[in-house]
Every structure is written in structure tokens, then in C-alpha cells.
Design a protein around this ligand. Structure first.
Ligand code: GLY
Ligand code: MN
Ligand code: MN
Length: 448
């Protein structure tokens, strides 16, 4: 990755932090990476990630105990913790930092913390750190809400460096998806598919931005299905894989759904998959700066209503399927979310930079993004259509249940459900679809 892009990224961050610090009434910020904590009564720790604000400045790797000192107009200062250790490999100062930061090396956390405290003492200082992870510093304000709001709002707009990282992450994910699909065609179990995904995407489980969802048959109707069956099902019907990748701390979040060849009623399910795929592309084609993401989410429900009516899953019109709320039983999650340093990136419900929230409409409580679409935002578009027993039971009890063809629904229940998920970048006039572009490149490679 070009150093130039990273330098430019740091310039953008420096401007954003300078503005945010001034608006929030501070002249210095400390960003603590944080440190892993062991399980209760244990000497083992769960997988650990740095404070995302730290990662945005130092993208890639884990740097426990290190901290950044940011003072507008000055080079960022990195208090780097590199202990002598023969139990673990200590982190090394990444060479790509170049001269972008002043680096102070410490082999001892007490001395590092004391140096940070001394530098903070005479200033109006804010610290962004995991609450309770380190001792309070006199005169230093921890996690001031306005500063966090301003930074979180801006994080939706990605720098060219961040976009490049997300393209790399997507390329890895798509390699994994191709291998996972091949393994599925081969009759593999969820566990085996999961392992093939990791291998092909070059990741360990801990590199993943979120635990892969590898779901065959009814498991596809469990939105965040978390197990990996060791045995393939006896009758193979469907396969939903929601699996991503990270590159230098930035995430890709990708879902595909497939129908097993020869599955009983597989033609109906496959027709639903095709229809949802088309609807997803049509939704993406309509994205422009200025659009309200809530309206897009509503458009997804209208599209699902049309699919339900078009496949005679409902006996009423598409309009009625939407108006009566039937679609909410088939699509219980949001159309998408911001993505970047976190799979579900922060700031999705902020109506403005200063933090006023715009909660999702009461009928769509799971929607994580209610912002106006703006250039350089990256978000997912992931419509779904599921056969979830609990929600179908609720629908059957409701008045609108009489519009559902329950015998057709019953034939489709064993397939679990469908989700198609891409990550898109908003441009001045529309979007770039990071995910489809990566799939097209992979297919090009296979054919050539
Ligand atoms: N993989 C989690 C999600 O799609 O939001
Ligand atoms: Mn997602
Ligand atoms: Mn996903």
C-alpha cells in the first residue's frame, strides 16, 4: 500500500481531530490502545483488539499498552510499548510509520504511563480509553461524549487509504467465499467449509472481523448462527455463508446464499435467491448522495413484498404485504450498517456530528443506519428473506397471517433463508460495489 496514501490518511485524521478537539474544548488527546484482560480466574485471555481510535492512526497489528498523544499542529507522539519478553513475541514499531510520528520506546508500562501522564499534565486533555482499563489521570477527561460523537460521525467517511484497506479485505473475503462455495458443492460439512474459508482467505479465526456464519438448511434462518456442524446434513437444501476478512484493521462483511442441486423444492428457493439478488442490485443502483438510508430500508421491504407476492407466498398484493407488516416477519434485520474499523461501525444512528441521535423507526428496531447517504461512506446492503419459525408463528397468530400461503411457506422452511450482502462506497453520483468488483476479478482469474 502506498505510503503516500497512509500519509494523506494521517493528514485527514489530524484535521478531523484538530476540529473535534477545539469544538469539544480540549487541546490534547491521549488515545490508549488498551490491553488484554484474562478470563475470570484464569491466565488465558480472549482475542484482543486495540481501541479502534488507536487503530485508525496505527492500522494493523495489536499494540497493547501503547498510547498516542495528539496535539494539533504537532507530530503525533507514539508511546510505544515494546517489552523484552521470551514468552511472547513483543510488538515491533511498524516501519511504515516512517517519520509520520515521533516514537518513544518503553519496555515498562509504569514508565510509559508516567510519561503519558507528565505530557498531559499542563493541558486541557481528553483521553480516549476503555473505561476502567487504566487509572484516572488528574485533570484529564476520559471519553468526553462530544469529542467521541464528532469523531464517530466523521468515521463514516473513509479516506482513500481506508478504502484501499477495505478493497484488500474484500479481496481476501471473496477468495474465501469462492473456496467455501467449492467445498459446499463438494458436499462438505459446515466445519469443513469454515476451515476452507479460513485457508483460502489467509486468516486465522482471530483475524476475522466477526465469527463466520456458515449455515446449511434451517441454520440459514438463524441470523447469527454460530456453530459449525461436523457432519453434512443428509438432505442438502441451502447454504448461507456470511464471512468477512480484515486488512490492517478494516473489515469486509459479505454474504452469499446458494441452493443445493436437486433439493426438493429447490427450484422455488432458487427463484427466491435470484429475485433477492436482483432486488439487492436494484436497491444499490438507486443509491445517491442525499438519499435517506431509512427510505432505502423501506424500499427493501417493498422489494421483499413484491418477491413474496410474485412467488405466491402471500395471497394479497405486494402493497398489502408491505402495509400489513408481513415483510417484517420475513426480513427482521436492518438493510445494512456502516462498516470500517468495526464490522458494525459507529455513528450509524447519529443525526448530526454533535451527537443528536436519530433512532430507527419503531417498526424497524434492528436498523443500525439512519443517516443521510454521503460520498465516501461505506455501508452494507444486505436484504434477506427468511423462514424463521418464531417469527412465522407470530405472523400466523396475527390478522395478516390469513394472507400467507402457509403450505408453500412450510415447504420452504427447511431452506432456512436467504441473505445477499455487499459492501458499497458512495461516490459523487452513485456507488462503487466493492464486493461485486472483487467477485468479478476472482471469476476473471478462474476463467483465464
Ligand atoms: N455479519 C454480520 C452482519 O452482516 O451484519
Ligand atoms: Mn452486515
Ligand atoms: Mn454479514
Amino acid at each position: 500500500m502506498a505510503d503516500q496514501e497512509y500519509s494523506h490518511h494521517l493528514e485527514v485524521l489530524a484535521e478531523r481531530w484538530a476540529r473535534a478537539l477545539e469544538a469539544a474544548g480540549f487541546d490534547t488527546a491521549i488515545v490508549a490502545a488498551g490491553s488484554p484482560r484474562n478470563y475470570f480466574l484464569d491466565d488465558q485471555a480472549p482475542p484482543w483488539r486495540s481501541n479502534p481510535h488507536f487503530t485508525q492512526w496505527l492500522p494493523g497489528g495489536a499494540f497493547p499498552h501503547s498510547a498516542l498523544l495528539l496535539r494539533p499542529g504537532q507530530r503525533p507522539r507514539l508511546y510505544f510499548h515494546g517489552p523484552e519478553d521470551y514468552w511472547h513475541q513483543p510488538p515491533a514499531v511498524p516501519d511504515w510509520i516512517g517519520s509520520a510520528m515521533e516514537v518513544l520506546l518503553f519496555d515498562d508500562t509504569l514508565r510509559l504511563d508516567a510519561a503519558v501522564a507528565a505530557a498531559a499534565a499542563s493541558n486541557r486533555t481528553a483521553r480516549i480509553a476503555e473505561p476502567g482499563a487504566t487509572a484516572a489521570l488528574p485533570g484529564v477527561v476520559d471519553n468526553p461524549p462530544l469529542l467521541l460523537d464528532l469523531l464517530h460521525f466523521e468515521r463514516a467517511r473513509k479516506t482513500p487509504f481506508e478504502l484501499a484497506c477495505m478493497r484488500e479485505a474484500t479481496a481476501l473475503a471473496v477468495r474465501g467465499h469462492a473456496a467455501a462455495h467449492a467445498a459446499y458443492l463438494d458436499g462438505a460439512s459446515e466445519y469443513r467449509i469454515h476451515m476452507q474459508y479460513l485457508l483460502a482467505s489467509g486468516q486465522t479465526s482471530e483475524d476475522l472481523p466477526y465469527p463466520s456464519i456458515v449455515a446449511q438448511n434451517t441454520h440459514a434462518g438463524v441470523l447469527h448462527y454460530q456453530h459449525y456442524d461436523r457432519d453434512p446434513p443428509t438432505v442438502r437444501r441451502s447454504f448461507l455463508i456470511d464471512a468477512g476478512a480484515t486488512w490492517r484493521g478494516y473489515a469486509a462483511d459479505v454474504t452469499r446464499t446458494y441452493t443445493a442441486a436437486g433439493a426438493p423444492d429447490g427450484d422455488v428457493f432458487e427463484s427466491l435467491v435470484t429475485a433477492l439478488d436482483r432486488a439487492q442490485l436494484a436497491l444499490i443502483a438507486g443509491i445517491r448522495p442525499g438519499l435517506d438510508y431509512v427510505a432505502l430500508h423501506e424500499a427493501a421491504h417493498r422489494a421483499v413484498a413484491a418477491i413474496l407476492a410474485g412467488h405466491a407466498l402471500v395471497t394479497c398484493s405486494a402493497e398489502a404485504a408491505f402495509d400489513t407488516g408481513i415483510t417484517r416477519a420475513f426480513l427482521p434485520h436492518g438493510l445494512g450498517h456502516l462498516i470500517g474499523l468495526q464490522t458494525h461501525d459507529v455513528g450509524g444512528l447519529q443525526a448530526e456530528a454533535a451527537g443528536r441521535l436519530r433512532p430507527p423507526p419503531a417498526i424497524y428496531p434492528a436498523l443500525r443506519l439512519t443517516r443521510t447517504v454521503e460520498p465516501d461512506q461505506v455501508f452494507t446492503i444486505e436484504p434477506g428473506l427468511y423462514f424463521i419459525p418464531m417469527l412465522l408463528a407470530e405472523l400466523a397468530r396475527a390478522d395478516a397471517g390469513r394472507y400467507v400461503d402457509w403450505s408453500l411457506v412450510d415447504r420452504l422452511r427447511p431452506f432456512g433463508g436467504i441473505r445477499i450482502e455487499d459492501n458499497v462506497v458512495v461516490t459523487a453520483s452513485g456507488t462503487q460495489n466493492l464486493t461485486r468488483a472483487a467477485f468479478a476479478r476472482t471469476q476473471g482469474t478462474v476463467q483465464s
